[in-house]
Design a protein around this ligand. Structure first.
Ligand code: GDD
Ligand code: MN
Length: 365
């Protein structure tokens, strides 16, 4: 009699060569009596993680590999892994043994016992769980991120940042088109993508210390997390890119005033010349900041691209400035007393203009 596949374990990996074989051995031990497969989703790790997993897969067909080339990202790797199995239930677990694989059978039992349940989450923060031997700095950062997500999104989870959970594959598949796939927070993404609140149970576990390889959670990941939170909450009203573009624009105003006062007040340069230099400095600063942050996913690189981009950005901004002045002057003519509102309206029109045109003509593809 053929046995039915019960469970797929998705393991996102980047430079985890030294952990692959140990993890498979531990899964084998933890999941005895369950018909399972493990899917390593590797982003072409330079250390040869995928090769290592494939060589295990030749002797043990429960070990599968999705080898992604030219892409990076924990969340998107998990999504692809979850969509790559025939098993009715899928778990996501880190490849560095920090999550406790011995919890998997209990997670599966919960889902099998209660058909109304969508997801079982391994939690470090519910009764009985803990973050193990984390340094106080990391505990504080993690607590802050958790609290922040609590303010912005209502999931009811004690550990929404957990990268360790088990879900019905059909639910994950249905939700996958709605997921942003950005950054590290795949569970948060799934929970908030669902049109109906998901039914979940949390099981405690102790986060282990990594012994092999190193963490990939860095400042970029932290920033992506904040962007993703913003996007889920306010993205419908003010797109995240426009918010960043405007914030950088405000920094540009500060730069403009700084350079202007330095040249005009401190160095006695003529007002016209000082204004021209200040404008160029602010536009150049804004161009590079937007290139690094707002449009980091389509960043212009190399002298040629940067020079072309800078020129088009200056042209767009110059026209935006004319639009700004025109609108403000017109409104001021009509409502003589409302000078501040006229100026603000001018700034807003200029900002929308600059944003719309630069996203199309400077960073457009
Ligand atoms: N495919 C792929 N692509 N895998 C990745 C990538 C990537 O770009 N970045 C990291 N991974 C893999 C790692 O190889 C590891 O197996 C797993 O994702 C977790 O990465 P770590 O770098 O070990 O993360 P961590 O231990 O610092 O963070 C853990 O705790 C966070 C909450 O504090 C993870 O469980 C996170 O999911 C969790 O949000
Ligand atoms: Mn880790």
């Amino acid at each position: 009699m053929t046995e039915l596949l019960d469970l797929a374990v998705v393991v996102p990996t980047f430079n985890e060569r030294g952990n692959v074989a140990t993890l498979v051995a531990r899964l084998d031990q933890a999941l005895s009596g369950i018909h399972w497969e493990v899917i390593f989703v590797d982003d072409d790790s330079p250390d040869g993680t995928a090769d290592e997993a494939r060589s295990l897969g030749r002797v043990d067909t429960r070990v599968r590999v999705v080898h992604r080339i030219g892409r990076r990202g924990l969340s998107s790797a998990c999504i692809e892994g979850m969509c790559a199995t025939a098993a009715p239930v899928v778990a996501v677990i880190d490849g560095d043994m920090q999550h406790d694989e011995r919890l998997l059978p209990a997670m599966l039992a919960q889902l099998q016992a209660d058909s109304t349940l969508d997801v079982v989450v391994g939690s470090r923060f519910c009764e009985g769980g803990c973050t193990g031997e984390w340094d106080p700095d990391r505990v504080a950062k993690s607590a802050l991120a958790t609290r922040l997500s609590g303010y912005i999104l209502k999931t009811g989870l004690t550990d929404p940042m957990s990268g360790f959970f088990m879900i019905r594959t059909a639910v994950a598949r249905t939700l996958s088109p709605r997921l942003s796939g950005i950054g590290f927070k795949i569970l948060l993404d799934l929970m908030t993508a669902a049109p109906m609140p998901m039914r979940f149970v949390e099981l405690p576990y102790v986060f282990r210390v990594r012994t092999e390889g190193e963490s990939k959670l860095d400042h970029v990941v932290a920033m992506e997390y904040l962007i993703a939170l913003y996007d889920r909450r306010f993205g419908r009203f003010v797109p995240v890119r426009f918010a960043m573009f405007s914030a950088i624009g405000a920094i540009g105003v500060g730069m403009h005033m700084g350079v202007l006062s330095l040249l005009y007040l401190a160095m006695g340069v003529s007002f016209l010349a000082a204004t021209i230099v200040a404008t160029l400095a602010a536009m150049t600063g804004n161009f590079f900041l937007n290139n690094a942050l707002t449009y980091r996913d389509r960043r212009l690189k190399g002298f040629r691209q940067l020079a072309d981009g800078w020129v088009s950005f200056c042209v767009v901004c110059a026209v935006g400035a004319v639009a700004n002045v025109g609108v403000a002057a017109f409104l001021h003519d009509v409502h003589n007393d409302a000078w501040a509102l006229s100026a603000l309206a001018g700034v807003l029109v200029g900002a929308v203009w600059n944003y719309a045109l630069s996203s199309r003509f400077v960073w457009g593809r």
